[in-house]
Design a protein around this ligand. Structure first.
Ligand code: FUL
Length: 682
């Protein structure tokens, strides 16, 4: 929206400068395919392949096609979930490290064509490409260069195989928006029965320049992802967090997929990087990339997903969230619920841009093509800029009345190169400017979160830039609070600490089993709990007078005075479910310090990513002196492998000074592990 177009045109007849001279690019700049890709911002990953059925993260390559047997596969369900969640595309593991392929490739027997799925007549790449079309999603391919099944892996012949397969994938399934090359390689594998370790030189073996040429020829609009690009780079971790300072520029020629010092050295990009290779954040919605029933209770919380959104899209990267499709061939209902909630929350956070109706003014404008109103018109193609040579300047926003806000969004017009090195947000208080927050890089999109702030006038200062700043959009929002229950942590001495899920929230709790209200006990610091107690706690937003659902903790005796045999054993009574004790003799013995009447015990299995030694059958004993033992309960923890949650076992009251939990059987036959053990006194 250019309000001054007519006066500018008239003036332009006499003063040519009035329009503002075109802005010279700051190199490197994005290619058109990268510009189209960055607009997508948010898309989904699908890990579904042989590992889904072998219950692994990395298959060895010796699996049989018969194992691939989904019972209710529906690629349209995947596309529906992604589109309802606000995603713009889907990328699927066409071939993972184990070598099994999801389409009937002419170059291997290790594929769906020899599986029971659709009697060997299925082509999942085709099904998904069609589902994506139906739901208006872009379609992308993950292809693992490392292949633990192929007999020729490590030899030149394999490179021909890889090129043949890529040709099939990039020719037969319509437009592909992204080709995802994975840098992982663990060496060992089946390799057609050789069962050996094969090391390749990741830099030279795959003949990357030729692979890139092939992809360009077959899909000129597709971007290629790998650690170092060539078009899109890895963010450097798998937990969904980009560096705060994040450049689209990269010293690309120094980087190759799978290089060891990539995550620290190259993942943030480089201010003086030679090529445009922006980052993509890839993260799974569960701990694993592939589906495991035992992770059904470990789907990321809304609070965590919201953090991931702000720490990826809000830090100048795109976001690729993975669904580990289950053995039915569906996105699990828990994952669907979680991703839809994220979609709703993000919509809610950015519902109203307070800048769009505000009066904006700038320290200076380059000319009528670059007026400051361009930052509030919602059009990425129009931008505000400064006269040549000026690397700092500010945009003032007057809301017309005191207004509360807690988000700042800025977009640089990176088509002309990324420039901003430092910026800040200030508010006017009694005629003075006070800092609200500040940060470094902007790039395609930068979003800052901060506590609720009220002001009528604010100012965004672009403090330092590689050349004149070129700002496409500025947004200010008042995101509603994330009204989730507080998170909790208990110390070994029994104190419970509550943490609010968002700023500006109050916390209330009860100890009598009733639901908290704003008239309940206000949380001001750790709550001492020394006996069996039910604690319920909620978050309360005074701005909206709304209270969250409560979190409920059924607490029992503190463990601080208990003694386990050694440091390792003590990990089972440290109130931390992520540490665990592995027992050589299958038992854990605890000295409670004094004789106590107990009515049961609790067992939390280990919660690490790859659990082992989970107790499935137990015996529980008590003793007055540590010598004479009596068994008070024995039995089975049903379904504990698939659902490794806390187990509670009750029995008739008995006095004990010592307790002992013995594994009579573990799920995998390995030494019994203990995440956390407690007693029940009530
Ligand atoms: C990694 C792989 O090893 C994982 O299995 C997964 O595919 C992830 C997206 O990339 O490098």
């Amino acid at each position: 929206m250019k309000k001054y177009i007519w006066p500018a045109l008239l003036l332009g007849l006499t003063f040519c400068q009035e329009k503002g001279a075109p802005i010279a690019s700051v190199e490197p700049t994005p290619a058109p395919r990268q510009i189209a890709w960055q607009e997508l911002e948010y898309y989904g990953f699908l890990h579904f392949n042989m590992n889904t059925f072998s219950d692994r993260e990395w298959g060895f390559g010796d699996e049989k096609p018969e194992q691939f047997n989904p019972t209710g596969l529906d690629a349209r369900q995947w596309a529906r979930v992604a589109s309802e969640a606000g995603m713009k595309g889907l990328i699927i593991t066409a071939k993972h490290h184990d070598g099994f392929v999801l389409w009937p490739s002419a170059y291997t027997e290790h594929s769906v064509k020899n599986s029971p799925w659709k009697d060997g007549k299925g082509d999942l790449i085709k099904d998904l490409s069609e589902a994506c079309k139906e739901y208006g999603l872009k379609f992308g391919i993950y292809y693992s260069p490392w292949d633990r099944n192929h007999p020729d892996y490590g030899k030149p012949e394999y490179i021909t195989y890889m090129r043949n397969q890529l040709t099939e994938l990039l020719t037969n399934y319509g437009e592909i928006f992204e080709v995802w090359f994975d840098g992982a390689n663990g060496g060992d594998g089946y390799y057609g029965g050789a069962n050996e370790t094969r090391k390749v030189d990741k830099l030279t073996y795959y003949k990357w320049p030729e692979v890139y040429e092939l992809v360009r020829e077959l899909q000129p609009n597709a971007v290629m992802f790998s650690d170092g690009g060539p078009d899109v780079r890895w963010v450097g971790n798998e937990h969904g967090e980009a560096f705060e300072t994040n450049w689209g520029n990269l010293m690309r020629d120094s980087v190759y997929a799978g290089m060891p010092d990539y995550p620290q050295k190259y993942a943030p990009g480089q201010e003086n990087g030679t090529h445009w290779v922006p980052a993509e954040t890839n993260v799974s919605i569960r701990p694993g990339w592939y589906y495991h029933t035992y992770e059904d209770h470990r789907v990321r919380s809304l609070a965590n997903l919201v953090d991931i959104y702000y720490n990826s899209i809000g830090r100048n990267t795109s976001l690729l969230i993975n669904f580990p499709v289950d053995t039915r061939g569906l996105i699990h209902e828990n994952d669907e619920e979680a991703i839809l909630k994220l979609g709703e929350k993000i919509k809610e956070d950015f519902a109203v841009n307070l800048v769009s109706q505000a009066a904006v003014s700038a320290s200076v404008e380059r000319g009528s093509d670059y007026v400051v109103e361009n930052v509030q018109d919602g059009d990425y193609e129009t931008y505000w800029s400064l006269p040549d040579g000026q690397k700092s300047g500010s945009v003032e926003i007057d809301f017309g009345k005191p207004t509360v806000f807690n988000r700042l969004l800025i977009q640089e017009y990176v088509v002309l190169g990324q420039r901003i090195k430092a910026f800040s947000l200030e508010k006017e208080v009694n005629g003075n400017w006070e800092k609200v927050t500040d940060a470094t890089t902007v790039g395609h999109k930068r979003i800052l979160r901060f506590p609720d702030t009220e002001a009528q006038k604010i100012r965004v200062n672009f403090l330092d830039s590689k050349d004149v700043p070129v700002i496409a959009e500025v947004g200010v929002y008042h995101a509603p609070k994330l009204l989730l229950p507080p998170t909790t942590k208990r110390s070994t001495s029994g104190e419970v600490t509550l943490t609010a899920p968002d700023t500006n929230l109050e916390l209330y709790y009860t100890l009598d089993g009733s639901n908290p209200t704003k008239d309940s006990q206000a949380y001001t610091g750790p709550i001492p709990v020394t006996k069996a107690t039910t604690l319920l706690a909620s978050s309360y937003d005074p701005a909206t007078d709304k209270i969250s659902d409560p979190v409920r903790l059924d607490l029992d005796l503190p463990k601080g005075t208990w003694k386990a045999l050694g440091d390792e054993d003590a990990k089972a009574i440290d109130e931390n479910t992520y540490t665990y004790f592995t027992s050589k003799n299958g038992m854990l013995t605890i000295d409670l310090g004094e004789s106590i009447e107990i009515q049961g015990f609790s067992y939390m299995p280990m919660q690490a990513r790859y659990p082992s030694g989970i107790i499935t059958n137990f015996e529980f004993q008590v003793s007055p002196d540590g010598n004479f033992w009596e068994t008070v309960s024995s039995g089975e923890f049903s379904n504990i492998v698939n659902s490794p949650i806390e187990q509670l076992v009750r029995f008739d009251p008995v006095n004990a000074k010592f307790i002992r939990l013995k594994a009579s059987k573990t799920a995998d036959g390995n030494g019994a592990t203990f995440g956390e053990v407690g007693v029940l006194t009530n």
